[in-house]
Design a protein around this ligand. Sequence first.
Ligand SMILES: [Zn+2]
Length: 138
Amino acid sequence: MIRQNHFAKLEQIKKNKLAAGLLRDRFPKVSGIVIQMTYYHGSHQTLMERTVNFCPSDYAYFNMACMTRGCENGGFDLSSVIRNLVKKGGKSAKGEICCEGHSPDLGEGHASIAYKVSISYAHKRSPGLKKSPQLTSF
Ligand SMILES: [Zn+2]
């Protein structure tokens, strides 16, 4: 039973990733995204630190799983943070998110993360590639 649930969950994540599309299609100007996260048990006990890198060929899926055993439908969705940041051309953002997942054994606020998102953008074509006026007028 648990196994089936786990399998169903993985299938759902796969579907969500496909639905999210590729980074280069969703955000063509972005050349890379780095998400640095510190996971907390409750509000302050540090569980782990994790850095996730995205390149343009990766799925634009930014829903990070909650690491708490038994947490159902939880996680930390950074999609809107990243969407807003790209929209305004920002390079980084910081914040905190609490897991909203539920389970009979876990209370609200059982887990949270502090995140830092860094976005790099593809460089525009260098103007140096154009023919220099001096050379053409020669
Ligand atoms: Zn959770």
